[in-house]
Design a protein around this ligand. Sequence first.
Ligand code: MN
Length: 506
Amino acid sequence: MGLVLLNRFSDCISFLDTTLRDGEQTPGVSLVPENKLRIAQRLDELGVNIIEAGFAAVSAGEFEAVRLIAGQGLRAEVASAGRSTVGDVDAVVKSGAQTMSMIIPTSDLHICEKLHKTRDQVLKITEDCVSYAKAHGLRVDLLAEDATRSDFEYLVKVFEVAVSCGVDRVTPCDTVGILSPDRAYAFFEKLTSRLEVPVGVHCHNEFGMAVANTVAALGAGAQVAHGTINGLGERAGNAAIEEVVVALCALYKQPLSIKTELLYSTSQLVSRLTGVYAQPNKAIVGENAFKHESGIHTQGMLSNPLTYEPFSPELVGRTRRISQGKHSGSHAIKADLDSMGISPSEAQLQEIFLRVKQLGDKGKTVLDADVLAIAENVMDLGGVKPIELQYMAFSGGVNVAAQASVRLCVNGKVVCGIADGVGPVDAAINAVKNAIKETEPIILEQYNVKAITGGTDAMVEVVVNMRKGLRVVTAMGVREDIVKASMDAVISGMNVLTTDYRSNGK
Ligand code: MN
């Protein structure tokens, strides 16, 4: 195979997000209709063109979720998946979804072993079901299952039959992820040249190439990219929609309708509601995707971020972070301290630098609060914390809403906050947020908890990411009580963000 040039991009590429259907087939993930709706609303804001909301015929809950989402009047087209049966078409019609992702297997393996049918029977089913769905007013996208292992001429025939029955789109599915970028290009170039309707691309990630294959297919003329947020999906997952979007924007300069700056918060919402978190080094949305630690890198970054970033993190709604540790350089520490109004002498900086490295060498994650504490100690700054927790109380129980009240001292002024929450931790954090919201616009970006030892009296470690403006810091609290550990982490992070020795006149 010679050099493949992706030069057949359509000028109207659109995105079908299947987080709520294929993504929800991730083992262990099951979303209640209300949470599906929250994700759908977010996807609509993000600007995806089609939201596959679920599989209407699969269960009462699924039907309800599709119905709920279809009834919202979203800007995006709402689709439901279904098998090629009259019953499934009826369920989609009843759900109110505008579109049906109609699944029909096309490989001999699936036709014989799964359906126990013949190729001719599958052609007939396609003809009947597409006609039936069209007659009932649905828009139809025919999803050919296992298309990439199907006889190519037979696959084209299935699609041609569907086109003759009025199908709106056809999508060959790389169900077991066996394409590679050069094969994907060849396959879609050949297929799109044979068909008059828009062709979608639906890739799975068994070989880690779902995104690359999707981009290659689009570069060969496919028009609708199927994908999921965070690459969720059965087995190794689907193509991660955020990666496809950014590759098209940043590498191929394709104009898209997606609000890329909402990608990160969308990913966070999906993680929270599904309980499946992206690996830290995942592209675009992983915790470390824009984090720099090594001294050589941070020195380059501080003079020009392009040295170690192919695009700016703001493109996807994130900020650059420089974390301190044994790989740190003194430039990064100086910049960090500078943002808190701390100006060490050269000798003091070297001492702070040395202590940060020693901490890293002990295998410790160096938190922003640690750097601040070291600097305060070395420079004898007194270590006055702008925010101090004076009092906290909370109540709640089974079938009783959790409520918390706090009293804080913020730069010498006493402020109080009271709030409800889904549990005591949520209520306590909300109460702190309420207390300070007038003076300090701080956002809790991430909250993680782990038990260090076993048992109900185990030490609990809470790690939070807090943000003020463009600055994000990581802070931690370790206690036997999860509410106290959470408060320690949140207040420690807030203290780093609000420490400004300039305004303190020191
Ligand atoms: Mn799939």
